[in-house]
Ligand binder design. Structure first.
Ligand code: FMN
Length: 324
């Protein structure tokens, strides 16, 4: 049977996992992974796998130890930060300390394992790294999940009881009341769901926002781009350098940035995904409801609906910016 990699990946994505950041003692090596798994209790072994084409492969193969940091529900930003390509890791502003081996331990996680890299095995287009657990800590926090290509948080953790039954969830699900809260949740959910497409195009959220911004604007300086794309100047600078090194952006003599031909093509691909995504997400919503939602959102965003047909030619893209 011939296997289509994209279909296989989407079926594998049905399997919900936690999210970890694997660190070493080096400040320029850290990676978000969901391939982490428990392997053995005696001896205490865990494993995770790394793509052979990863820019960070050699650093992990060279390290004698690594630490597995299990992210908690509020750490989606760290998951995105450490899923970005490139050698430059961004530990700035991240509270951390050292495990006994010297590997970096992140604050605010559900727990961590400090491991000696015991074995590296071949696994197709990945290597499997097996770690012997030398130290670990369990912390009281709710885990961040990853399933169907997006981040999620458990609605409730149902404790198992002996005999195979379950106890009932005892935490009431909080109902959002404020419109702002609903908008925030909707935007976060859509952006997380769209992550799978960004990954397909090997760009992260900040890079995607910059590509989108420059596709709609004249060459601009990084400060203006950061402001329009709702990202910090530091995030914009890091993302812009990564885009320049991959040939998507060009820096003019006066430091302003513009899209290269390749960058424009990359944005077109992202836009095609965004259009499909938009269609899929709005299936089953009536035209009347959709146009009401749009009218309300445009009014809240302070934007205008400006084409002659009365419909709008502007769609809000799932990256959080506005696409004409
Ligand atoms: C939720 C999530 C899980 C991931 N899991 C893995 C993984 O298990 N192994 C891996 O090699 N990359 C994984 N990645 C991709 C890396 O975090 C990173 O984005 C990618 O390796 C970047 O390219 P580079 O390694 O060439 O710098 C994952 C990314 C995300 C967002």
């Amino acid at each position: 049977m011939s296997v289509n990699a994209a279909h296989l990946r989407s079926c594998l994505a049905q399997f919900a996992t936690g999210v970890c950041v694997i660190t070493t003692e080096a400040l320029d090596v850290a990676m978000t992974v969901n391939s982490f798994a428990a392997l053995s209790l005696e001896p205490p072994l865990v494993l995770w796998s790394i793509r052979k084409s990863s820019s960070r492969l050699q650093a992990y193969l060279d390290a004698s130890h690594f630490a597995v940091n299990i992210l908690s529900r509020g750490q989606m930003d760290l998951a995105s930060r450490f899923a970005r390509s490139g050698a430059q890791e961004r530990f700035e502003g991240v509270l951390r300390r050292e495990a006994p081996s010297g590997a970096i331990i992140l604050d605010g996680t559900c727990g961590w394992f400090d491991c000696r890299c015991a074995e590296v095995r071949d696994g197709g287009d990945h290597y499997i790294l097996i770690g012997e657990v030398k130290a670990y800590e369990k912390r009281e926090a709710v885990p961040l999940l990853f399933a169907q290509g997006r981040y999620a948080v458990p609605e409730d953790i149902v404790p198992l009881v002996k005999g195979g039954g379950q106890t009932l969830p005892n935490v009431a699900v909080e109902k959002p009341v404020l419109l702002l809260d609903l908008l925030h949740r909707a935007s976060q959910t859509l952006s997380s769901e769209f992550e799978v497409y960004r990954r397909m195009e090997s760009v992260d959220i900040f890079e995607s926002r910059i590509l989108g911004d420059l596709s709609r604007n004249v060459p601009s300086c990084i400060v203006d781009i950061a402001q329009r794309a709702f990202i910090s100047i530091h995030e914009a600078r890091t993302a812009a350098s990564a885009l320049i090194s991959r040939g998507y952006l060009f820096k003019e003599a006066d430091e302003r940035l513009s899209l290269t031909h390749t960058g424009r093509k990359k944005w077109q691909l992202i836009l095609e995904h965004a259009t499909d995504f938009h269609t899929r997400k709005t299936v089953g919503i009536s035209m009347t409801d959709l146009s009401t939602v749009r009218r309300v959102l445009f009014s809240l965003a302070g934007a205008t609906v400006n084409n002659a047909s009365g419909g709008d030619s502007i769609i809000a893209d799932p990256m959080g910016s506005v696409v004409k």
